[in-house]
Design a protein around this ligand. Structure first.
Ligand code: SF4
Ligand code: SF4
Length: 410
């Protein structure tokens, strides 16, 4: 017993939720148009996995029971299965949405797939069954303070493309820390998100600054891929840095950083307000006389899992998009939105599967014949724009912040 408790110490903390599944199987492909669910698991939809039980939530939940009851052991094979999932939470949302009136869950506790799958990933990694690409990524995270195996000084690169100065919060004070995030700062084709954000803040006279080369990764990738030690290392460094610099408010344009700083850091950031850029912009619009032009551009919106299902932000981006463009919804949206396949370490661990998921999402957007596929996360941006290129689509990937800047300028 002691051995099992030691090896499953993370999973056993969420044991009641892990044991709650009644194995109805609906979280695989259920069709529920009233709630915009036309299937559920985006991994299952790709047909790139063997597509038997362990490759969607019901099978994973049966494995969890086998582990907890002592019939199964942790293994590399289990890692291969549990990491072929973007931890998007669609199964979690569907389960809660569909069964609340009908099923008396065994433990009177809802299934919580995101929490439970991440707990098992942590146990798998602690038992030595991490995937190799994730190990390399998390090693870089701890040693270089970014997961891209880059010199952190490169985080200053995008600033050189601006024609105004930004405060360096390592040396100066400002009301707001714009937390850029590693993906935006270090990926040339995504740096435009940071550039547009900085331009908007500059135009609107927001007193903000950045940490540049001193910005430390939030640790989201480590947490999603089960490396709690790497996560705790950077989380503690960040908490100390923010405290030392007297930061009181953080705004980020990355959905992954947002969820991690706001939810996963827990009490570590007590006294510091964390907002996604869309929340901050909504606040600015409500309290200031900001004129936005309605652009003659057709758009649709991809909900990043970390902003939508994980944090409940669905309305704000849609409200802004309706104001500045001709907006229409994809078939799956909000709680039921199809994941782009980038998150949960999937792109790093299983790039082919991850890209196939992004292609499915792009095809869904193409059905609307819109000019722009809009999102609010650099991870989604990168995967969806790769899928657009791969498919030879005419649609243009854009971040909401870039459209906002266009609407503000004119
Ligand atoms: S997680 Fe929920 S929807 Fe999926 S099989 Fe279990 S009870 Fe059914
Ligand atoms: S979290 Fe998403 S990808 Fe993973 S099993 Fe559930 S629906 Fe499928």
């Amino acid at each position: 017993m002691a051995v099992k408790e030691d090896r499953l110490k993370n999973l056993l903390k969420v044991k009641d939720a892990a044991l709650s599944c009644v194995h109805c199987g609906q979280c695989r492909v259920a069709n529920w148009p009233e709630k915009n669910f036309y299937y559920v698991c985006p991994v299952y939809k790709t047909n790139l996995t063997p597509n038997f039980e362990p490759f969607f939530a019901r099978g994973k939940n049966i494995i969890l029971k086998g582990l907890i009851w002592g019939d199964l052991e942790l293994s590399q094979e289990l890692s291969e299965i549990f990491f072929q999932c973007s931890v998007c939470g669609a199964c979690d949302d569907f389960c809660h949405n569909s069964h609340n009136k009908y099923i008396d869950f065994a433990n009177a506790k809802w299934m919580a797939q995101v929490e439970v799958f991440e707990a098992l990933r942590a146990d798998l990694v602690e038992a030595g069954y991490a995937l190799e690409p994730h190990e390399a990524m998390n090693k870089a995270l701890v040693e270089l303070l970014n997961p891209y195996e880059r010199n952190n000084k490169d985080k200053n690169d995008w600033i050189k493309k601006l024609d105004f100065k930004i405060k360096d919060l390592d040396k100066e004070k400002a009301d707001i820390l714009y937390y850029v995030g590693c993906t935006t700062a270090l990926t040339p084709k995504i740096q435009r998100i940071a550039i547009a954000t900085a331009k908007i803040f500059n135009i609107l006279d927001v007193d903000f600054g950045i940490l540049g080369e001193n910005e430390i990764c939030c640790g989201s990738v480590a947490l999603r891929t089960g490396d709690k030690k790497a996560f705790e290392k950077v989380a503690n460094l960040n908490a100390k840095l923010f405290k030392d610099k007297g930061i009181k408010k953080i705004v980020t344009s990355c959905a992954g950083c947002y969820r991690t700083l706001k939810k996963d850091y827990g009490n570590l950031l007590e006294g510091i307000q964390v907002q996604h850029t869309v929340e901050f912009l909504e606040e600015l619009l409500a309290n200031n006389d900001i004129k936005l032009e309605k652009l003659e551009k057709t758009t649709t919106y991809h909900d990043p899992c970390h902003l939508g299902r994980h944090m409940g932000i669905y309305d704000i981006p849609r409200k802004i998009l309706r104001k500045i463009s001709v907006f229409s919804e994809m078939k799956t949206n909000r709680e039921a939105a199809m994941c782009c396949g980038a998150g949960g370490g999937l792109r790093k661990g299983f790039p082919e599967l991850s890209l196939e998921m992004a292609k499915n999402r792009v095809k869904e957007a193409e059905d609307l014949n819109v000019q722009f596929l809009v999102s609010t996360c650099p991870f989604c941006f990168r995967n969806l724009s790769d899928a657009i290129d791969e498919l030879g689509s005419d649609m243009v990937m854009i971040d909401l912040i870039e459209l906002f800047l266009n609407a503000l300028k004119k």
